[in-house]
Design a protein around this ligand. Structure first.
Ligand code: WTA
Length: 648
């Protein structure tokens, strides 16, 4: 494994592994004092009782259960009482080069206005609010308005379609939906409000819809339900007193995919999440007041929640956010913006890097991106080839790369280089070492620590502040999902190895969850969407390797009697997925078969289907209920392959 030593970032960074070890050991020896000290950087109305309290399944516990704080106060009011009042909080750019700049004071005023409107609509502490919009300043503004008054936001990524949106509204029984009239993607207009209207045909809980003008298009507005935000917004700047929120009060729900057809409402608390977002922002990104920080993730995913909203704002940093496609109108759009805004820290995904690699470094070379000092990667394993390209052409062999491993459930980064504490030697493709408080290990199937370089399951053995507080509406699923595979540890669902230096190498998911262009998509959720089409009797979805997106979904489908396989039906099913789940889940291929390979107990053997499309040996098939199903899958695969080859 290749080792690359990078230069220290700035004077205050000590390139010493021992310093990191010292801090790490302290955090594990006395977590109560360690996290109390970190929490003291932030504002609390009350600091009663312990920092954490164990609950039923260890290491699950409550963080700051009797303390009181407010996320909106800590991201805004705390700064406007300081010299940061007129410091830029957000630079925003739209796809068509529209620009907006919001200082901390501007953001504070807009959040207060928004909170005022929500209160006037009758929103109370604990109410759920679904937010469905692209990355425009009103997205963080509405999130912070919710946390200001103790409402629980559930942001749904704007790439999801109406069915997926409805399912997420229904699960948490949202009272209000906040959205836009429309938006632009790659120059194309998207009628966002129309998607919301369709979703609302399947929901009962929503009382009001707040619509923000973004595309300035005609939309249907239902009387007494739909309101233009502009018409409710006060012309003055009222002050809305932040609610005093208990540490374990849910601050938000974010739906993510698991191994069943129903997405999980990952629920984060207030105190622990806040401390974790703040601490990891500083430890990993070494953020300071001169930085312009750009996390390219959409705010509709956890990476955007923690590192395009809460973490940087808690740290008082300046952020850049961008609404559009990375290669629109040309492949150098990103490099152009890095140059224009003097961005210093870029945090992105391996998929995006692979896309830029494909376009070629020539697009970078026509811009001066020397303002960059630190690069980050998240969402998928980054292989050494991609790491090296990122290091060489984007980082210009000068910027360290923080490969950050974490999950929606963990609230913030768990394993990563930590230049804000001490920079250790980097290894291309390794996320390096766990953060303070993160007692990570690799377990073999029998629950024992794996030997160095032995592949196993990544687990976390002790509580950390950013841990999810629950799955909305489903406490049992929380236990069975994360605390059952091995006793007394949190199970991540990822494969990993730990090398002789204690460095972690992440090897992808151990379950049936796909990573498509960094987005987490459950095969079971896709299968459920296929089954909602009247022609489909059975479906099996698997992830095919893809040189850019890492994985793409492909499906084997058994039709109901009376339906005949045809290219038209294939297109219809693809459109059905796009319209129900969203374009991000578009299957690359659909294979029509008469039967699926199953075990005698009826479990679909996806491993065999994967071997078929990867043209590998299918291995032992004797456990199958019907061995001819393998031939059937091969026939369908070859047939479609031939058809595609014949297209001129
Ligand atoms: C994967 C995204 C390798 C992993 C923050 C995890 C990674 C899942 C990395 C969570 C990384 C995330 N290296 N794999 N640096 N970061 N993953 O919930 O499989 O969208 O379990 O959270 O992404 O995806 P999620």
């Amino acid at each position: 494994m290749e080792e690359i030593k990078t230069l220290p970032l700035s004077k205050n960074i000590h390139p010493d592994v021992n310093i990191l070890k010292y801090i790490y050991n302290k955090s594990l020896e006395d977590p109560e004092s360690f996290w109390r000290k970190v929490a003291e950087d932030l504002f609390w109305y009350e600091k009663n009782g312990p920092v954490f309290e164990p609950i039923d399944s260890p290491p699950y516990c409550y963080w700051f259960p009797y303390w009181k704080t407010n996320l909106s106060y800590n991201t805004l009011d705390r700064h406007i009482e300081s010299w940061r009042k007129n410091k830029v909080a957000y630079y925003w750019e739209g796809e068509n080069y529209e620009k907006k700049v919001l200082t901390y004071y501007d953001l504070y005023k807009e959040v207060n206005r928004f909170a005022y409107v929500l209160k006037n609509l009758g929103v109370k502490k604990g109410d759920r609010i679904t937010i469905y919009m692209p990355v425009i300043p009103e997205l963080p503004i509405s999130m912070l308005a919710c946390t200001r008054i103790g409402a629980i936001h559930s942001v749904v990524f704007s790439g999801f379609a109406s069915y997926a949106l409805a399912e997420r509204i229904n699960d948490c029984q949202s009272k209000i939906v906040i959205t836009v009239d429309g938006t632009f993607r790659r120059g194309k207009l998207i009628n966002t409000k129309k998607i919301v209207d369709e979703a609302l045909n399947y929901t009962k809980s929503v009382e009001k819809v707040l619509v923000i003008k973004r595309a300035d298009i005609e939309v249907e507005m239902m009387e007494d339900r739909d309101y233009w935000y502009d018409e409710l917004k006060p012309s003055s700047y009222p002050y809305v007193e932040p609610e005093r929120i208990e540490g374990i009060h849910p601050s938000f729900i974010l739906y993510t995919s698991g191994t069943t057809g129903k997405p999980k409402g990952i629920t984060h608390g207030t105190g622990g999440y806040m401390v974790w977002a703040y601490f990891t922002q500083k430890a990993v990104f070494d953020i300071n007041d001169k930085d312009i920080f750009w996390c390219t993730a959409d705010i509709g995913w956890i990476t955007g929640h923690t590192y395009a909203v809460y973490g940087p704002l808690l740290a008082g940093a300046t952020l850049f956010i961008y609404e559009g496609a990375p290669d629109y109108p040309r492949p150098d759009r990103w490099w152009e913006m890095i140059e224009a805004y003097g961005i210093t820290i870029l945090y992105t995904s391996p998929t995006a890097i692979r896309m830029h690699m494909k376009y070629g470094e020539e697009w970078i070379k026509c811009h001066d991106i020397s303002s960059l000092r630190l690069l980050g990667s998240v969402g998928e394993p980054i292989n050494p080839e991609v790491w090296n390209w990122y290091y060489k052409y984007v980082g210009q062999e000068r910027c360290p790369i923080v490969d950050t491993w974490w999950q929606t459930e963990t609230g913030g980064i768990m394993i990563s280089p930590q230049p804000g504490l001490a920079l250790v030697p980097l290894k291309a493709g390794s996320a390096t070492l766990p953060l303070p408080g993160v007692d990570a290990d690799v377990f073999t199937e029998d629950g024992k620590s794996a030997k160095p370089n032995e592949k196993g399951y990544l687990v976390i053995k002790r509580p950390w502040p950013g841990c999810l507080i629950g799955i909305w509406n489903n406490h049992e699923r929380l236990k069975s999902q994360y605390y059952s595979k091995f006793p007394n540890v949190y199970y991540t669902g990822d494969f990993a190895i730990k090398d002789k230096d204690g460095y972690f190498w992440l090897l992808g998911r151990a379950d049936e969850v796909l990573k498509v262009a960094g987005h987490r998509i459950g095969t079971a959720e896709l299968e459920a969407a296929f089954l909602s089409h009247p022609a489909v009797a059975e479906a099996a979805v698997i992830g095919k390797s893809d040189p850019i997106k890492m994985q793409v979904p492909v499906a084997f489908v058994v039709l109901r009697p009376g339906h005949i396989p045809s290219p038209q039906l294939r297109i219809e099913l693809i459109n059905h997925i796009k319209e129900t789940i969203g374009p991000i889940a578009t299957p690359q291929s659909i294979y029509f078969v008469n039967k699926l390979p199953k075990t005698r107990s009826g479990k679909i053997m996806r491993r065999i289907l994967l071997a078929v499309i990867e043209e590998r040996d299918t291995g032992d098939v004797t456990t199958l209920e019907d061995e001819t199903s393998v031939e059937e899958a091969k026939r369908a695969y070859e047939e479609l392959k031939r058809m595609i080859e014949e297209i001129p």
